[in-house]
Ligand binder design. Structure first.
Ligand code: PMP
Length: 358
C-alpha cells in the first residue's frame, strides 16, 4: 500500500460523538449533547411523515439532480436552478470545491479558527494552507489580513459567516468591500451554515455582483436534519457546472431529499427553533455574566467561552458528568470551550454542571 504523502499527515476530522456512543462512554443514562451545534428540538412531524410515506421507494436510486428540492430552493432564494448544487451535507460541497479547484500547486486561505473541513479537504488535494489568526481580543475574522495573504497561487478563500466556533458575523459593508478586492480567479466560499440564527445579510444577495463566490447552506442546523445529510450551495452557473463534474452520483439520497423538501414547508418548526435558541441565548448570557465569564456575543446557536484554563481537561470532566461540549484546543484556542444552545432543560443542566466543575 502506497498512500499519497499529503494524506498521511492529515489529522482526522474530530466529530462530536453520537448520543449512543456518549451514553456508553460516560456511563450516564441520559447524556446531554451540546457539542455539535445541532437543533435541540425533536424532528419535525412533517419530515417524519414525508419520510415514512416514501420508504417504499428506497429500492430505486434517488433523483440525481434533486430536481424538486432544487426548484424549491430556487423559488425561496430567487436563484436560478442552474446555480444550485445539492450535496451530502455541506461538507460534501466543500469537498467538491476542493476537488475541482485545488492541486499541489495551489494555496487556500482560511481563518486559523474556523471549520476544520476546509483544511482537511484542501490537504487531501495537496494544496498549501495559509491560516490567518482571528483579530486579537475581538475574535473577529481578519479580512484585511486575509487580503494581505492573497498571491497568484491562491485558488480558494474560505469565510464562515457567522463563524464557527466564535459565532461572530462579518460586518456587511466589510464583506462587500472585501469581495470587491479579491481577484476574480479566486473562488470565495462564504459558509452560512448558521446564518438563519443571525441578523447578518446573506451573501446570496451578492451572487449577481460577484461571479466568483459560493454561498454554502445546510439543513443540519436550524432545520434539524443533521442525521439526513443535506447541504446546498449557490454559485454562478459556471462554477456549478464544474462541481457537477466531480459530484458523486446520487449523493443526496431519497429520504434526505424528501425530508429537506418537507422541512422547507414547516414554518412552525423553523420559528420554534429560532425562539428556543433566542431564549437559550438570553439565559446563557445572564448566567455567564453572573459568573463573570468572557463569552463572545454569538450570532449562532452556540457560545464560545474563554474559561482561562485547560479546555481539554475541563471538557473531559463535564463529560464524566454527562454533558458533552467541545474543547477549542484543535482551533488553536486551548483555554476556550464551545457549547451549543439546547432546550431549556439542557441549558439548565449545563449551567449547573458547569458551575460545579468551574
Ligand atoms: N460549515 C460549518 C461552519 C459547520 O459548522 C458545519 C458542521 N458543523 C458544516 C459546514 C457542515 O455541515 P453539514 O452537516 O451540512 O455537512
Amino acid at each position: 500500500m502506497i498512500t499519497k504523502k499529503n494524506i498521511l499527515n492529515i489529522e482526522d476530522y474530530k466529530p462530536g460523538k453520537s448520543i449512543d456512543s456518549l451514553e456508553k462512554g460516560c456511563g450516564k443514562k441520559k447524556p446531554i449533547k451540546l457539542a455539535s451545534n445541532e437543533n435541540p428540538l425533536k424532528v419535525s412531524k412533517k419530515v417524519i411523515k414525508a419520510i415514512k410515506d416514501s420508504l417504499n421507494k428506497i429500492n430505486r436510486y434517488p433523483d440525481n439532480s434533486a430536481e424538486i428540492l432544487t426548484e424549491k430552493l430556487s423559488q425561496k432564494f430567487s436563484v436560478d436552478t442552474s446555480s444550485i448544487i445539492i450535496g451530502n451535507g455541506s461538507d460534501d460541497i466543500i469537498s467538491m470545491l476542493c476537488q475541482a479547484f485545488l492541486d499541489s500547486e495551489s494555496k487556500v486561505i482560511m481563518s486559523e479558527s474556523s471549520f476544520s473541513m476546509y483544511e482537511i479537504c484542501s490537504l487531501i488535494q495537496g494544496a498549501k494552507i495559509v491560516k490567518v489568526p482571528l483579530k486579537k481580543d475581538s475574535y473577529e475574522t481578519n479580512l484585511n489580513e486575509i487580503h494581505a495573504k492573497i498571491s497568484k497561487d491562491v485558488r480558494i478563500i474560505f469565510l464562515t459567516n457567522p463563524n464557527n466556533p466564535t459565532g461572530l458575523a462579518i460586518e456587511e459593508k466589510e464583506l462587500e468591500n472585501f469581495l470587491k478586492t479579491v481577484p476574480e480567479n479566486i473562488v470565495v466560499v462564504i459558509d452560512e451554515a448558521y446564518i438563519e440564527f443571525s441578523c447578518a445579510k446573506s451573501a446570496v444577495n451578492y451572487l449577481k455582483s460577484f461571479k466568483n463566490i459560493v454561498v454554502l447552506r445546510t439543513f443540519s442546523k436550524v432545520y434539524g436534519l443533521a442525521g439526513l445529510r443535506v447541504g446546498y450551495g449557490f454559485m454562478a452557473s459556471d462554477i456549478a457546472k464544474v462541481l457537477n463534474k466531480v459530484k458523486i452520483p446520487f449523493s443526496c439520497n431519497n429520504l434526505a431529499q424528501v425530508g429537506a423538501i418537507a422541512i422547507l414547508e414547516d414554518k412552525e418548526f423553523f420559528d420554534e427553533t429560532i425562539k428556543i435558541i433566542k431564549e437559550g441565548k438570553k439565559f446563557f448570557i445572564s448566567e455567564f455574566e453572573k459568573l463573570n465569564l468572557k463569552y463572545i456575543k454569538t450570532e449562532a446557536n452556540f457560545f464560545m467561552i474563554d474559561i482561562k484554563r485547560n479546555a481539554d481537561a475541563f471538557c473531559d470532566k463535564m463529560l464524566q458528568e454527562g454533558i458533552a461540549i467541545r474543547s477549542m484546543s484543535a482551533y488553536n484556542l486551548p483555554t476556550s470551550i464551545r457549547v451549543t444552545i439546547g432546550t431549556k432543560k439542557e441549558n439548565l443542566s449545563f449551567i449547573k454542571t458547569f458551575k460545579k466543575i468551574y
